[in-house]
Design a protein around this ligand. Structure first.
Ligand code: HEC
Ligand code: HEC
Length: 434
């Protein structure tokens, strides 16, 4: 029943700009196997997912992880070392062991598991990033004092030769490898203790009521049945610029076409099955963490049904998001993952969602910002969505958003697996307007 697509397809998908990679909200699935149980009855009949050892050609260490956990693991180590896939792999031949770095990475994985087993009761406390911090060569020695400390020292020196100059100091930049690391593995749960003054915080219901009001009110939102968004998708770090169309049907059906020079990438969710269709590579079904990510992305209005989508929701404090004060809401999944949502204390609108992309080797942060809210048929819709990851930012900018235009129901369902090539498929319309 579940499609076991050829691995090549997955690699091609990963190597190109993927919708999943650019997906709007990353679901922090924490523990494997729980994604299936969480889906309840719907997936009860699905066959047991393959392990990475079964699905790939040459897996020696990560044999027992699920097939769909391999790519998140690869993305994780790539980011943790600040390298690219070809640092360890011969392009197109990922199974080959030609590069010494790949062998080294296997030893490192074993070392990491051993450290955690022997010292941390098997909890994933030490990860690749703990040592590597975005560099292939971990640094064993602390860096010299940062620029401003140098400035302070210089200030104590006799005047004359080197007059301290704050502007010059600030241009020196941070020491290599510095900054930002702690947040990566930081579980928002750790900080779940309400901050002082929590007594004066609104309740989750208050925040949702204000959000609903800010969006245009429950009545107007209720009447919004479909939405079509068209615009551009940019990843400045990769010099990538593409156009995109998204078709949505409340409450949770969605269908997107990303037009790339390599062909269209189409992704859909019909309320149950999430799928992807890469021109020339056939249709693949999303499982595990990616499935949950698509579900989030398919939600008609992000963050409106917190109590339905999360097992536990609590308001934990006020934080600055850009220039705005925002209520910070912790929302935890039945499966164990947790996200932070930030609602503007003034406007009531959702400003940002922080999530983690999990993998058996570690997790990566992802921050999705919602900006430039504009009125579309009475409902406020963010026209700019910025998805920041450790190594790149994907910016969606809608040039047009239309509400309640006809959207063919057949678009959301997974197209037949058969034709990987061209030809009219429901998931592959050339003229996006129904
Ligand atoms: C730091 C080294 C390193 C980097 C970077 C890396 N990989 Fe890997 N990759 C490995 C190792 C090691 C294995 C084998 C794991 C094992 O034996 O358990 C592997 C296995 C694979 C496999 C399975 C191949 C097979 O059929 O056996 C694929 C596919 C793969 N990697 C894809 C990628 C992609 C795509 C990227 C970039 C996003 C990437 N890798 C980045 C080290 C790396
Ligand atoms: C406890 C600290 C630590 C952890 C955890 C760790 N590494 Fe390393 N790693 C090192 C050190 C130290 C080196 C040697 C650095 C050098 O050559 O400059 C190294 C070297 C490497 C190299 C060789 C780099 C090169 O340029 O040849 C690879 C590949 C690598 N690590 C991958 C990983 C991966 C993947 C993980 C997580 C599964 C990981 N490491 C976890 C400390 C660590």
């Amino acid at each position: 029943m579940a499609s076991h697509q050829p691995i090549r397809n997955r690699i091609a998908i990963l190597a190109t700009l993927t919708l999943a990679g650019a997906a709007l909200s990353i679901f922090p699935a924490k523990l494997r196997a729980q994604a299936e149980s969480a889906a309840g009855g719907q997936q009860a009949a699905a066959p047991k997912p393959k392990t990475a050892g079964e699905a790939f050609k040459n897996i020696q260490v990560l044999k027992d992880i699920r097939q769909d956990e391999l790519f998140p693991s690869m993305r994780y180590i790539t980011a943790a070392l600040g390298v690219r896939c070809d640092f360890c792999h011969v392009p197109e031949h990922f199974e080959k062991d030609d590069k010494p770095q790949k062998a080294r990475a296997r030893e490192m994985m074993k070392m990491m598991f051993a450290i955690n087993n022997d010292n941390f009761h098997g909890h994933r406390e030490i990860t690749c990033y703990t040592c590597h911090r975005g560099s292939e060569h971990p640094v064993g020695m602390p860096a010299v004092a940062n620029a401003s400390a140098m400035g302070a020292m210089a200030a104590q020196m006799p005047p004359g030769r080197n007059t301290p100059n704050p502007a010059a100091n600030s241009s020196a930049g941070p020491p290599p490898g510095g900054g930002g690391g702690e947040r990566l593995e930081h579980d928002p749960g750790d900080a779940a203790a309400p901050s002082p003054g929590a007594a004066s915080l609104p309740t989750v219901d208050d925040i949702i009521a204000k959000y609903t009001q800010a969006l245009g009110g429950a009545d107007v939102i209720q009447k919004a049945g479909t939405r079509v968004e068209k615009g551009t998708v940019d990843v400045p770090e990769r010099n990538s610029h593409n156009t995109m169309e998204v078709f949505r049907k409340a409450p949770d059906k969605a269908f997107a076409i990303l037009h790339t020079p390599m062909g269209d990438i189409v992704e859909g969710y019909d309320g149950v099955v999430a799928w992807e269709n890469h021109q020339g590579h056939g249709v693949t079904e999303e499982t595990g963490d990616s499935l949950n990510r698509v579900k989030d992305w398919a939600s008609f209005i992000t963050g409106l049904d917190l109590k339905r989508d999360y097992a536990r929701v609590m308001v934990s404090g006020i934080e600055k998001i850009g220039d705005h004060d925002a209520y910070r809401v912790f929302a935890s999944r039945k499966e164990g993952g947790m996200e932070r949502l930030y609602f503007d204390t003034q406007s009531g609108l959702l400003l940002r969602v922080d999530a983690r992309i999990d993998s058996p080797l570690g997790s990566l942060p992802q921050e999705t910002s919602y900006e430039d809210y504009r009125d579309v048929s009475g409902v406020k819709i963010p026209f700019t969505i910025r998805v920041a990851k450790i190594d790149s930012t994907t910016i969606y900018k809608w040039s047009s958003v239309e509400m309640n235009v006809p959207v063919g129901e057949d678009r959301f369902a997974k197209p037949a697996d058969a034709a990987p090539a061209s030809g009219p498929q429901p998931g592959n319309p050339k003229a996006p307007t129904p």
